[in-house]
Design a binder for this molecule. Structure first.
Ligand code: ADP
Ligand code: MG
Length: 260
């Protein structure tokens, strides 16, 4: 592949598995031999803390991409963390990302900043995964505009589908003005087949979204908590855990779609 595929992992609901999906899918794709960059665009910086990057101690983060005149190799040199045990590179987030809503208020083409900033990385990576904040705003718009696919993790339990409409509306609105429409794919997460609500939500997802739901389903697995507490991805904790096997299956499903 000549040019990186950018995937925004988004859902304005918190706690649905965005960060878990970003980091574990990044690790799975890397294990499949792909060159992967994960980027934390959430002001809560959970992904960064998960990987033991503490934003207050960092000189440069994703925040700097939005204020740079041009995002060039020298800037990325300062921002990108390499040599991680998960096998992928990483751009940490920062609480100051939340200031961008105000900072960029008057800026022309403020939705295009990330897309343009990623241009000089397109040959360096096969995949760029962007962990999005849990609300609709300038960061989410930047992530969607920059992406080829929006991956929407949906927690398969009670009320999981509530509120998803806002995200679909945002994608639809952007697609009216974007030269190349953004596609989306939904991913069922935290699935427990013993629970009727989970089974019902998954059925509903497949009925409503059809082919836009990944065949792979991520089941509930306590190993995710263990791995995030240990600053690791699940493959480092237990590569045979159900969650590890399923994120690997998701990576393979994505690569297979890619080549189709
Ligand atoms: N498949 C899963 N099974 C069990 N726990 C999970 C699973 N996916 C995520 N979690 C846990 O749920 C919590 C929220 O997940 P997270 O990825 O941080 O969500 P988000 O980024 O959407 O807010 C975290 O504690 C995480 O470890
Ligand atoms: Mg998160």
């Amino acid at each position: 592949m000549l040019s990186a595929k950018v995937i925004a992992i988004a859902n304005q609901k918190g706690g649905v598995g965005k960060t878990t999906t970003t980091l574990n899918l990044a690790a799975a794709l890397a294990l499949q031999g792909q060159r992967v960059l994960a980027m934390d665009l959430d002001p809560h910086a959970n992904a960064s803390v998960h990987l033991s990057f503490f934003p207050e101690t960092l000189q440069a983060t994703a925040y700097d991409l939005f204020h740079a005149q041009t995002a060039d190799a020298a800037l990325y040199e300062r921002i990108i963390k390499t040599g991680l045990s998960g096998g992928f590179d990483f751009v940490p987030g920062h609480i100051r990302l939340s200031e961008l809503e105000v900072d960029l208020k008057e800026r022309a083409n403020k939705g295009l900043i990330l897309k343009e900033a990623l241009d000089c990385l397109r040959e360096r990576y096969d995949y760029v995964l962007v962990d999005c904040p849990p609300h609709v705003g300038v960061l989410l718009v930047n992530a969607i505009v920059a992406s080829d696919v929006v991956l929407i993790p949906i927690q398969t339990d009670f009320l999981a589908l509530y509120g998803i409409r806002l995200l679909f509306d945002t994608i639809r609105l952007l697609n009216r003005v974007l030269p190349n429409p953004v596609r989306y794919m939904a991913l069922a997460t935290m699935y427990d087949q013993r629970t009727a609500a989970c089974r019902r939500i998954l059925r509903l997802m497949r009925d409503k979204l059809g082919e836009r739901v990944f065949t792979t389903v991520i089941h509930f697995d306590t190993k995710f908590r263990e791995s995030s507490a240990g600053g690791k991805v699940i493959f480092e904790v237990d590569p045979r855990a159900r969650g590890a096997v399923e994120y690997m299956q998701l990576a393979k499903e994505m690569l297979a779609n890619e080549n189709a």
